[in-house]
Design a binder for this molecule. Sequence first.
Ligand code: CP3
Length: 351
Amino acid sequence: MNDTFLKACRGEKTDYTPIWIMRQAGRYLDQYQAVRKKVDFLTLCKTPELAAEVTIQPIDILKVDAAILFSDILIPVEAMGMNLEFHEKRGPVMTPAVRDEDGVKKLSVPDPEDKMKFVMDTIRLLRKELSGRVPLIGFSGAPFTTATYMIEGGTSKTFLNTKRMIFQAPELYASLMDKITATITEYLKAQIKAGAQAAQLFDTWGGIFSPGDFKEYALQYVKKIIADLKKWMKDEKIAPVPIIYFVGETAGLLEEIRTSGADVYGVDWRINIDDAIRRLGSDAVVQGNLDPIAMFLPKDKIELRVKDILGRASSARGHIFNLGHGVLPETSPDNVIALVEMVHRLSRKDR
Ligand code: CP3
């Protein structure tokens, strides 16, 4: 197996810097669009044969060093009892928005092998179809980012309803977060049991907080999930599966993030990665951090940025190359193919 990605996650020496790309399966690929033409997005997520097919597309096309399960962070939200729809223009819409005690009470902590069996079936199928070519990453939204969608009922710019609940009804917020945290813990255990070889927690909106509020209202729940998973893997004698914690707008929160217990820290592009490493500690393993819109530069300019990041990241115990956030639908696949080739070539030559 190409285990370069897993070795890097563990901080072991690798022959080159591994790369995968957040949202590597998706609309920028014609091959994805061809599958998506036949079914809507949620049906795609819920049909293991199709979800596995689009998961593998970027492995064949881009030659990345890891596969990431094709699904969405909102799948557990539906499983908890909310109605979920994806609209072409508005994005995801969840109803009714959770705003009061009654709303929280109605939510369940689902058995993942019952309510989200299609995810575990996709993972089991993928492990067979990948047959060891590259490792498979499972994922979940982190509790806070998941909560924003449940409280706002969709995507938001100001997160007013979420922050209002936090500041005006902290006990209500805590009771919602307890249910989400329990759901995500069970969901990730089920993914690992089904065969996920690493797991990423996406805290896309964590950066809206001051460091103190981030610690209190987002991080403590992530810490609990990671600690529970690690204890569970130990008790069940499951070989440790690396946990990656990605936070959007990472820069103001690094001192907090490094207490999360994660094995790998995802870093966005708003900070130089060597700066992030200095603040995380040189024993840290980092993932990132090219600006997704740098993919719109000519290839020679992309190459300069790749070199820069590889150089800066050499101060870390381990580095996994990635964009600082998901690849955009307007991106040229040709440039992404070139990016993967550059990272492989330049990191080999550097060492
Ligand atoms: O990385 C991968 O390739 C795996 C698949 C994946 C998707 N979403 C597929 C998807 C992953 C890991 C996600 C995570 C996700 N989903 C996040 C966190 C990461 C991030 O990018 O910040 C968030 C916030 C969501 C919620 C979500 N899903 C939104 C807001 C939207 C609509 C906006 C958009 O980008 O389309 C989605 C839809 C979605 N999730 C699509 C894909 C490929 C597009 C659906 C389509 O085909 O029309």
